[in-house]
Design a protein. Structure first.
Length: 254
């Protein structure tokens, strides 16, 4: 793949700010294993949708989609708060094919086109051309380089020429209307940021089991993983219902 070259001078429009969109530029969440051996509970349960508070603090959360759809659990982290450590941890516990969901408007601003004109993927996941941030990165594949790239993709001071094409980060185009229109992890990543007043962009990847075959983590596997790392776990459907309630409440208050 194409590589980005380390450059000595970073463009002036990339000067660091104390805060980005109201959150500290230095992410505060650090992945810590709290339980080594988890016993599966007889009665499965999700956390409440108040897990949004954890997401707002920069913590990763696990999001399950419908068991009749992909039946997968994704780790999702706010791109603006994705540290090197969080990226490295995500790479280790997932397929490693890290994506970032972004609104169509942002992709257009950065001149990042769709990967193919005719998407034949089963769930029509909207993959775009893959990119690297072109300043302060080397090969683009390290946790450092990928975390920097995702943070810069949601940085309003970044411009199209700051990114090399091809690269190692995989942007996904979220549909307008979010999970109300398409109940996928792509739209969930953007909606989670919108609901927590963060820059729109969610880092996401599918959980795998730590076995010799690298099998997909299903519902109970994801619950055990969340317990092991003290993470919140919710479902796309829970978030859909939460958005519907918020919309209904807003209408009633008008």
């Amino acid at each position: 793949m194409a590589t980005a070259t380390v450059q000595g001078a970073v463009p002036k429009h990339h000067a660091l700010h104390a805060k980005v969109n109201g959150v500290n530029k230095d992410p505060i969440w650090f992945p810590t294993q709290v339980i080594k051996d988890v016993t599966l509970k007889p009665d499965f349960s999700f956390n409440t949708v108040e897990s949004l508070d954890a997401f707002a603090r920069g913590e990763a959360i696990v999001v399950m989609d419908d068991e009749r759809r992909e039946n997968e659990g994704d780790i999702i982290i706010s791109a603006s708060q994705c540290s090197v450590e969080a990226m490295a941890w995500t790479i280790k516990h997932t397929s490693g094919y890290i994506c970032i969901s972004l609104p169509e408007e942002r992709l257009n601003e950065l001149e990042i086109p769709m990967m193919v004109p005719n998407n034949q993927e089963r769930h029509k996941t909207a993959y775009t051309i893959i990119v690297d941030y072109g300043h302060g990165t080397t090969t683009g594949i390290s946790a450092h380089d990928r975390s920097l790239t995702v943070r810069k993709l949601v940085d309003s001071t970044s411009i199209a020429s700051d990114f090399s094409r091809l690269g190692h980060m995989v942007p996904l185009r979220a549909q307008q209307g979010g999970i109300i229109v398409r109940r996928g992890h792509t739209e969930t990543g953007v909606d989670l940021c919108a609901l927590t007043n963060q820059t729109l962009g969610g880092v996401l990847c599918e959980l795998l089991n730590d076995d010799v075959f690298g099998t997909m983590a299903r519902r109970d596997d994801c619950r055990a993983f969340a317990d092991r790392w003290s993470l919140k776990i919710i479902s796309v459907e829970m978030l859909v219902q939460y958005r519907i309630r918020k919309s209904r409440d807003s209408t009633c208050d008008a």
